[in-house]
Design a protein. Structure first.
Length: 598
């Protein structure tokens, strides 16, 4: 380990400009060249992958078409076997004229010619009386629809049809029959054979047609399980037998296609296994169509990078020398900055560009630090003054509370309990106002403060009004801003009942809806319009409501809404604010805490 460190120290230049030069070469130029080569290889792999994905999709499309063709052939067989007209013609041909029989069957054949490959499908029917019918005018009529041995096999088997898809099926039963041919025995309702059906697809021509529609320069092949080519398109590269055997041996027999690169022909090969047919669909794509220009571009880029490497090496050495000198001066000044208590300024006259910006940023940093230190000292002095004022403000209200207590005891001595209760109610309101540390209180505590205020006002207005509370006990511990309901009740009393002699009624209502707490204060006073007519200078909303709106805005932003709703008699103020519930721990948590009583 020590030997490695000594070797690194030996090859590392002592001067900063040479270190900067070698660092730039090793960490910038060489990585750029490596990145360019890597990006080219990545781009080449990406193009191959995209081409493979495109070919995969095309092979999947062809595979689905084969599966659909197989399904549709079987469906055509079932349609013909279940058709009443076909059954009637085959079972009792003597009831129809030959032209009529041919017309009925040709009409049925025409209804089946609706598939995309219908022009490549031919239908043959024959009854037990030797009558032949075909969907093709030029089709042979002398050969049997089903070979004799094949017919005997179908009559003995449980299934009444056979779809010839593999070369291994072409034994003595189906000799000389082309692949993709369906043989079926047509039976009536009593399960008696009444005829034979053969459906044959010219899949080679159909395969060439569908491959031509989706081809972008590649070649398509169909091989059997042993690798023998069954069908192919005429254009493109040839498919070597050795490659086919290699692909089949590596291709897993599932439905997921894979691809390979043939280095000899520079072709991308995709292969897709058709399990239902035991066939392979192979796609050959010549990569030179896309990668030829890319290789030329890579060579040009590499030559350009080599030239730039030499130029940047020289320029880097010159730039490093021009940078290191000002940096040394800046390092020296930064050491002096601590010794001179931030009273330092770097010269800006002899520099330009980034070095000038660096000096300006350094001078600005020193200025900002000095300004922040000064600001912190000022704020610290202000905090001390505010704290002293708060201590003084806490002393004065206590004299008022002590005075109220004195008045209460004097009233009790004179047997005047009403004045004593008024002092108690007023003391509750003052104590709540003095507690500046708490902004949100329980709804039940707020209603208790409203009750204290109402008690005082009832005494003043000689029981002019009553207050009704419609509040569910489940909302006792919902949090609301302190002294907010007291403001609304105060407005209802002063502005709603000022012109009334009796019968005043205030309803305080609280409920939840859509995860919101809704509070309504409704009175049966003179209403907004009458109040304005009696006193045009009176504004029902006043300072109290404006203050309450501002408190809600500061606490809840846009989540709190206050509405003033005129009624036919009186006014309703509705508050909507977020539902915040804080149940005290002692209500629900005692069972989890050990009691002190033993």
């Amino acid at each position: 380990m020590q030997a490695v460190k000594r070797f690194i120290n030996r090859i590392t230049p002592a001067k900063l400009k040479y270190r900067f030069f070698y660092a730039f070469i090793l960490s910038v130029l060489i990585p750029i060249i490596g990145i360019q080569i890597y990006q080219y290889n990545k781009l080449e792999n990406l193009i191959e992958y995209r081409i493979s994905q495109l070919n995969h999709n095309q092979l999947e499309q062809i595979a689905q078409s084969f599966e659909m063709m197989k399904t549709n052939i079987i469906m055509s067989m079932l349609t013909l076997e279940k058709d009443n007209n076909v059954i009637a013609v085959l079972r009792t041909p003597e009831r129809y004229q030959r032209a009529e029989r041919i017309g009925k069957l040709e009409e049925r054949f025409d209804t089946l010619q609706t598939y995309e490959y219908s022009s490549y499908v031919q239908y043959w029917l024959t009854d037990n009386y030797g009558n032949h019918y075909s969907s093709s005018k030029s089709a042979e009529t002398g050969s049997p629809v089903i070979p004799e041995k094949g017919l005997a096999s179908l009559l003995q088997d449980k299934t009444s049809y056979h779809l010839l898809l593999r070369e291994t099926d072409r034994n003595e039963l189906w000799d000389h029959s082309p692949l993709f041919t369906l043989f079926s025995v047509v039976k009536d309702a009593t399960n008696e054979p009444i005829g034979m059906l053969r459906i044959r697809v010219d899949y080679k021509e159909w395969f060439k047609s569908i491959a031509k529609e989706i081809s972008t320069g590649q070649s398509y092949f169909i091989t059997d399980a042993e690798g023998a080519v069954i069908a192919q398109t005429k254009n493109g590269l040839p498919l070597q037998a050795s490659i086919v055997q290699q692909l089949i041996s590596k291709q897993p027999k599932d439905h997921f296609p894979t691809y390979y690169i043939d280095k000899t022909t520079n072709a991308l090969i995709n292969i897709r296994y058709l399990s239902s047919l035991d066939w392979y669909i192979i796609n050959l794509f010549p990569l030179d169509l896309f990668l030829g220009d890319l290789k030329t571009m890579r060579d040009q880029v590499l030559v350009t990078l080599y030239i730039m490497f030499g130029i940047f090496s020289v320029v880097t050495l010159l730039i490093s020398a021009s940078i290191t000198r000002p940096l040394q001066q800046l390092q020296k000044k930064m050491k002096e900055m601590v010794q001179k208590n931030l009273k330092l300024h770097l010269p800006e006259d002899h520099y330009k560009g980034e070095i000038l910006g660096l000096h300006q940023a350094f001078n600005r940093m020193v200025y900002d630090i000095n300004h922040l230190v000064t600001q912190l000292k000022i704020e610290e002095r202000q905090k001390e003054a505010i704290h002293s004022q708060m201590l003084l403000n806490q002393i004065n209200p206590h004299f008022l509370l002590n005075t109220l207590n004195s008045i209460k005891w004097i009233a009790l001595d004179h047997k005047n309990e009403e004045i004593a209760e008024i002092c108690v109610s007023l003391g509750k309101l003052l104590e709540s106002g003095l507690n500046s540390e708490v902004e949100m209180i329980y709804l039940k505590d707020e209603l208790d403060l409203v009750g204290s205020y109402v008690y005082i006002q009832k005494y003043r207005y000689d029981q002019l009004f009553d207050v009704v509370y419609e509040v569910d006990s489940a909302l006792d511990y919902a949090l609301i801003p302190k002294l907010s309901l007291q403001t609304l009740v105060e407005n209802a009393i002063h502005h709603g009942f000022s012109q009334m002699e009796s019968g005043g009624r205030i309803v305080v209502r609280a409920y939840t809806e859509n995860k919101k707490l809704h509070i309504e204060v409704e009175d049966n006073g003179i209403g907004l319009e009458c109040a304005k007519q009696l006193d045009p200078n009176r504004n029902r909303r006043g300072i109290g409501l404006a203050n309450l709106r501002e408190r809600y805005r500061l606490l809840f932003k846009q989540d709190a809404v206050m509405q003033i709703i005129p009624l036919s008699r009186g006014t309703k103020v509705k508050l909507s604010l977020p539902l915040l519930v804080s149940i005290p721990y002692t209500l629900g948590g005692l069972s989890h805490v050990e009691h002190s009583n033993r």
